[in-house]
Design a binder for this molecule. Structure first.
Ligand SMILES: N[C@@H](CCC(=O)N[C@@H](CS)C(=O)NCC(=O)O)C(=O)O
Length: 200
């Protein structure tokens, strides 16, 4: 990360990620993994031109890309960055899988946040079985290296632990192994030891 306004990417998120990483977790991990040149600023600093106002510029993260466009919606941002940096699968099949996986993960996050996982543990089991299946033949969710799917899953898992169960993956050995591996991955290890809270 740099602190100049000349960065190729400018991410806008609450507190400029000085107090918590929150929904920016996957985006920041992706930028770090790629070694991208980026700055994080507060939402009040986001562009307010006509185009930006049209995409409901009150929910963040949003990111200004090197081409000058400012984009919102976390899964869309992850998709763009993943494609740009080769962190969204290598083969066509992996890339398609990665697109679905990011949205699956987003649903798991929503179910955790809304209390649906706690209300219906069988739903949690279905999700965790699906993720375990994705891990059947490789170390991370799409292949043997982390992708935007894994980085977004760090965010979702933090919410699963907070709103459902801290031992949620204990009955799912592949998922428990994945969590250990992704937490030991350098960009994730750095974030989790940053002194900044993962969630608000
Ligand atoms: N669908 C959007 C939702 C973004 C969102 O709700 N962000 C929250 C912070 S994590 C926010 O900015 N909330 C402020 C508000 O809703 O006014 C995404 O996935 O990025």
């Amino acid at each position: 990360m740099t602190n100049t306004d000349q960065s190729a990417y400018t991410l806008y998120y609450w507190t400029a990620c000085q107090q918590f990483w929150g929904r920016a977790i996957g985006v920041v991990l992706t930028l770090d993994e790629a070694g991208a040149d980026y700055t994080i600023r507060e939402p009040k600093d986001a562009p307010t031109g006509e185009g930006e106002a049209l995409f409901a510029h009150f929910r963040y993260p949003a990111i200004t890309l090197p081409n000058g466009m400012t984009i919102g919606q976390t899964p869309a941002i992850l998709q763009i960055l993943g494609q740009t940096f080769g962190l969204a699968g290598q083969t066509e099949a992996e890339q398609f899988d990665c697109q679905q996986t990011v949205l699956d993960i987003n649903d798991i996050f929503s179910d955790a946040l809304s209390g649906k996982l706690a209300d219906k543990p069988e739903r949690a089991t279905q999700w965790f079985e699906l993720l375990s299946h994705k891990l059947k033949d490789h170390r991370f969710l799409i292949n043997d290296a982390p992708t935007v799917g894994d980085f977004h899953a760090v965010f979702a898992t933090e919410w699963v632990h907070r709103k459902y169960r801290t031992d949620a993956y204990n009955d799912f050995p592949a998922l428990a192994r994945w969590w250990q591996d992704i937490c030991a991955h350098p960009s994730v290890h750095k974030m989790k030891n940053s002194g900044i809270a993962m969630l608000p």
